[in-house]
Design a protein around this ligand. Structure first.
Ligand code: AMP
Length: 293
């Protein structure tokens, strides 16, 4: 496995392979890799010829009060995981080479980025959209893998690729969870042992909402209330939002009649947890809810 730090060297590596008709795949990450990232890497490995994993803690997607300085950076462990999974290149650019002095251009946001995470973290998606555009420009993948864990991000990236004609196929991989349902996240290491147990409440609340839909309830407010009641039983959790939304527009739904995404964000001590669950109704009699067998 090659470790490439300079964007120019990365672009030159890709150029050589593209000329030979090699299909390059990219998994963009901020490192501190876990089983969720591993699942994306494994799926990407199956779908491309040459696989690049980028590890870059992108400062433009962190707010001033957020954990940029403390964000975990276990780089040798990350490299070992990549090597084990057959990654061809670990691309680890520095902040200075990604945002050299004189850098000015930021991607502005579509409507789908304004609500939910966009409201809670005002500059976050602009930073994400900008860094993804830059990574695509440097690595020039034909395919890129993102996690459903960050549902709004995945919708935004699809829109970005479409609107800016970036020509990259976007694959969204299902969320990888702990045994109690907590979505894996690099930030879970910040949870105290007690909070780690409480953290599964967010997923429980999404399951409760999905269960109410499965029982035939179509009223959005009732579904939302079912989710809120579960979180309220755990007073250490503060609800940021729990919402029943259209999975394409991310607008709240008054009635659930085909597909919905249940979106949630809660604060638990110093940690902000986000999660989501997709609910599909192909036919009334055969509703399918992600996570239900
Ligand atoms: P991050 O390093 O947190 O920026 O995440 C890099 C990619 O991994 C993003 O596309 C995330 O959505 C994805 N990801 C993070 N956690 C999970 C998870 N538990 N399951 C699936 N994908 C994930």
């Amino acid at each position: 496995m090659k470790i490439i730090r300079s964007p120019n060297a990365m672009a030159a590596w890709s150029e050589g392979f593209i000329r030979e008709g090699v299909k390059i795949g990219l998994v963009p990450t901020m490192g501190a890799l876990h089983e969720g990232h591993r699942a994306l890497i494994r799926e990407a490995r199956l779908r491309c010829d040459a696989l690049v994993v980028s590890i870059f803690v992108n400062p433009t997607q962190f707010g001033p009060q957020e954990d940029l300085a403390q964000y975990p950076r276990p780089i040798s462990q990350d490299q070992a995981l990549c090597r084990k999974e057959g990654v061809d290149v670990c691309f680890e650019p520095t902040v200075k080479t990604m945002y050299p002095s004189g850098f000015q251009t930021m991607v502005t946001l579509p409507a789908i980025a304004r609500r939910w995470e966009g409201e809670a973290r005002p500059h976050h998606f602009s930073g994400v959209a900008t860094v993804v555009t830059k990574l695509f420009g440097i690595v020039r993948p034909l395919i890129a893998l993102f996690g459903q864990k960050d549902f709004q991000q995945s919708v935004l990236v699809r829109q970005l690729v479409k609107d800016l004609d970036l020509g990259v196929e976007i694959v969204v991989h299902p969320t990888v969870r702990e045994a109690d349902g907590l979505a894996l996240s690099s930030r879970n290491i910040y949870l105290s042992p007690d909070d780690r147990i409480r953290a599964a409440t967010l997923y429980k609340s999404l399951r409760a909402g999905a269960g109410v839909i499965r029982e035939g309830m179509t009223d959005g407010a009732t579904v939302q209330n079912a989710m809120v009641q579960v979180v309220k039983k755990e007073p250490t959790l503060t609800i940021d939002y729990l919402a029943v939304c259209d999975p394409t527009t991310l607008e709240p739904l008054s009635y659930v009649n085909s597909r919905a995404v249940l979106l949630g964000a809660v604060q638990l001590g110093a940690v902000r947890l986000i999660d989501n669950l997709l609910v599909a109704f192909p036919r009334r009699s055969s509703s399918r809810i992600e996570g239900f067998s």
